[in-house]
Design a protein around this ligand. Structure first.
Ligand code: CA
Length: 611
């Protein structure tokens, strides 16, 4: 009796399951392209008991290679192969039960567009936090479907900045001499609090409604390209947000790693350390970054494909010039290499930058593609974030002369460049969204601040500024991240001052704004600085002299780090480079410089274009 009841129940349940049509919750990626190098595509299909249906595709555009079922019946993974001669257009995916069609999806293939761009040391990057830069559309500050509403009084809350605000101020960014823009993540973060920073993704394919729409993001890319500028998208593969739509109904049990109580040890060193214990390395990679961000298991092949395709989708959809990958050392390194290799095979010119927050040069160098010191491992990354140089820049102008202190810190970091395949591919910076504001780091000393800027724009690497550097924004990281991510004054209609305009800036702010503008714009015209070799001389007497040079161009940079003494530099020492030049022009002042005894004031920088 009992058995019969169960059978009856199953019959009723299963027939009721399919009495009605199935709602397709997700088809991802929702569209794709013809003309791709890689003809393979894997679709994630999600809908209640979708795996109990038969999938039928009748089209001359694609071949349904394999239907993959997983433990959770609410998911299917379809392996498709796009036919070589397929043209753009649509095809139908049918989900059938017996003869009845229970669900259907019209899938669109667009034509892949050709592109040639990436970013390099010829660029200067402007990093901005979209919630805190400018509010171009006050209508979207809060959204009915989004848990956290705007509250500008809360340092850690949402303030209402958006993509339209960035678009509205592109001329300002361009005037400053910036050629590429990196926005902290704009993808949906529907979390109940602390959602503004964007690193807890809840939908990998959707722009957060409080920043705008996917179309707005695409518009930002188009407007940047119109101005011959570039767009770098911030992505995160290590974790997702705790409110991601798949949390609680994961496709497989192994979709995420461990549990919120098992936290990462945050020691990227374990990835390269030949003596690292397996348990330390496991904790680094499989521990959760924070308790509200489930650690993704990229060893699951469906998840790995999902993430790689997601990045390709955004490149093609939004016409990206680069990707900045968050927490590069935290996912499995083999997966990260597979990602970079696959993306570069599809887009050979795009630039992939990994956030490698590691204090020492060898660990940073390990993660750069074609590293000479990583053994069999190749990350295929074009670029890494130069944290070792950041720490040196933070200290150098605050310290006096010593065997390893002050300017020697800059010297010794750069002297280790042999550990990189090519250190000129490093992204270099004085601060970012996780660090003390540089003006605060140098004790709000305008002379030290200028020295930092002069160094950043003339040494090797890809310089990056953090929004607000140009107006002397201050902030201590230890007071809370909200303090280093303050609203740009003038970004909100109600702001009392508007630093986007000359009249809205103080005299001191204009001094720095003009300093960066002059140097960054000049830099774009000087191949010796953007692409030339770096030759430097061991710092002596609190001065550091280096050259950037090509076969027929050279720039001489002098940093006088002494707090009270003006210096006279005897050029005799630099004959190996200066012998080919007669005089020079100092870039900031426009003064003509004779190349014998050069006078440089205390605590200052001179940048001399040689003739
Ligand atoms: Ca807004």
């Amino acid at each position: 009796m009992k058995k019969q009841f169960i059978i009856l129940a199953i019959v009723i349940i299963s027939s009721s399951l399919f009495a009605q049509n199935i709602e397709l919750k997700r088809v991802e990626p929702a569209n794709w392209w013809v003309g791709m190098e890689n003809p393979n595509l894997q679709l994630l299909i999600s809908g209640e008991n979708i795996s109990l249906t038969d999938v039928i595709i009748k089209s001359d555009k694609v071949e349904l290679v394999k239907i993959n079922k997983v433990e959770n019946p609410n998911y299917l993974f379809l392996d498709l192969k796009i036919n070589k001669n397929a043209t753009a257009g649509e095809f139908e995916i049918l989900f059938k039960k017996g003869r009845k069609t229970k669900g259907k999806y019209s899938y669109t293939l667009n034509q892949k567009t050709k592109r040639q761009r990436g970013f390099s040391s010829a660029d200067v990057i402007y990093l901005l936090m979209p919630d805190r830069f400018a509010n171009g559309n006050p209508e979207n500050d809060s959204h009915k479907d989004m848990l956290e509403k705007a509250n500008r009084e809360n340092h850690d809350g949402r303030h209402g900045g958006d993509i339209q605000g960035v678009i509205d101020n592109l001329d300002y960014i361009k005037e400053l001499g910036m050629t590429a823009v990196w926005l902290n993540p704009t993808i949906e973060n529907n979390n109940k609090d602390y959602s503004y920073h964007g690193y807890g993704i809840t939908d990998f394919y959707k722009t957060d409604a409080r920043f705008g729409t996917n179309e707005d993001y695409k518009k930002l890319a188009d407007e940047l390209h119109e101005k011959e500028m570039k767009l770098i998208m911030d992505m995160i593969f290590n974790h997702c947000g705790i409110n991601h739509w798949w949390v609680g109904d994961y496709p497989t049990k192994d979709w995420t790693n461990s549990n919120p109580d098992f936290r990462s040890n945050f020691r990227g060193s374990t990835i390269a350390d030949p003596h690292a214990s397996k348990s330390d390395e496991k904790q680094m990679v499989e521990g959760w970054f924070v308790t509200t961000m489930p650690d993704l298991n990229q060893n699951n092949k469906y998840l790995a494909t999902y993430l790689i395709q997601n990045s390709i989708w955004w490149i093609e959809y939004a016409d990206l010039d680069g990707i900045r990958m968050d927490t590069q050392p935290y996912p499995y390194k083999e997966f990260m290499a597979e990602w970079a290799k696959t993306v570069r095979e599809e887009y050979p010119t795009i630039t992939l930058l990994g956030e490698t927050w590691l204090q020492k040069v060898p660990f940073t160098a390990y993660f750069q593609g074609d590293s000479p010191i990583s053994g069999d491992y190749n990350s295929y990354l074009h670029s890494t974030t130069d944290f070792p140089l950041y720490y040196a820049i933070k200290d150098a102008f605050n310290e006096g002369e010593g065997w390893t202190s002050g300017l020697k810190k800059l010297y010794y970091i750069l002297a280790q460049d042999f550990l990189y395949d090519d250190a000129s591919r490093n992204v270099i910076f004085m601060d970012n969204h996780d660090l003390d504001r540089y003006y605060t780091s140098v004790g709000e000393d305008i002379n030290k601040f200028k020295m930092g800027i002069a160094f950043l724009l003339t040494t090797r690497g890809i310089p990056m500024f953090y929004y607000g550097d140009e107006i002397l924004t201050t902030g201590h990281e230890h007071k809370g991240h909200g303090h280093i991510r303050t609203d740009f004054p003038g970004g909100w209609a109600s702001d009392k001052t508007n630093a986007f305009t000359k009249n809205g800036r103080t005299e001191e702010q204009n001094d720095i704004f003009d300093y960066i503008t002059k140097l960054a714009n000049w830099r774009q015209t000087n191949k010796a600085v953007t692409n030339g070799k770096l030759t430097h001389y061991i710092p002596e007497n609190n001065t550091y002299i280096y050259f950037r040079h090509t076969e027929n161009e050279a720039v001489m940079v002098i940093l006088n780090n002494h707090n009270t003494e003006n210096k006279t530099i005897d050029c005799e020492r630099f004959n190996e480079i200066l012998k080919d030049y007669k005089s020079g022009t100092e870039i900031i002042t426009g003064n003509k410089i004779e190349l014998n005894k050069i006078k440089i004031p205390k605590k200052s920088a001179m940048i001399i274009e040689l003739k």
